[in-house]
Design a protein around this ligand. Sequence first.
Ligand code: PRP
Ligand code: URA
Length: 210
Amino acid sequence: MGIQPVILDHPLIQHKISLMRDKNTGSKEFRELITEVTMLMCFEATRDLPLKEVEIETPIALAKTKVISGRKLAFVPILRAGMGMLDGVLKLLPAAKVGHIGLYRDPDTHLPVEYYCKLPSDISERDVIVIDPMLATGGSAIDAISQVKKRGVKSIKFMCIIAAPEGLEALTAAHPDVPVYIAALDERLNESKYIVPGLGDAGDRIYGTK
Ligand code: PRP
Ligand code: URA
């Protein structure tokens, strides 16, 4: 069995996800909410970042204090909807590099089709967090993480806002070594492989398409 997923169900996160789920929430507010939820999630998903001691002169005295050290980070949003989470993570970790993986789900087979992949050249020396708001069948996340692993990355996390049990099971079976951070674990997938109750098509909600 793989690492247990971390469910980040802080009241602030739950409240904001309820607003995101509401079909009457428009794209502008949806984008603001996804950024806020992502920042709150990133706070927890980076809890294990290593620190080193430094000496800093405050206006009062010399202080031994701590700053983040160790390997550098890269975020990899899965296009399109993963881009909605990028502002939130970069607000907290602005020096991180960003790779992009373009995948869409074939509407008939529901399998992911890759159309783009551009990752930082030094990605194998970085810790990577793959981001996508939705984990439905798990196909997109599994493929994206496999692409990142192929580049020799040793430490990968996956962060999504809403997951279906089916997708979570598939992802942890395919990549048992990858810690998964979820804000809400929903009931199931419907016959069109949409998450129930979910929030609909995340890309369409972010960009006002459909
Ligand atoms: C959505 C979502 C995930 C994928 C999840 O993207 O952002 O990438 O579906 O489904 P899965 O777990 O069954 O693979 P979509 O394919 O709709 O593309 P988009 O982001 O371009 O809208
Ligand atoms: N992709 C989405 O955007 N929403 C779902 O419910 C499933 C896949």
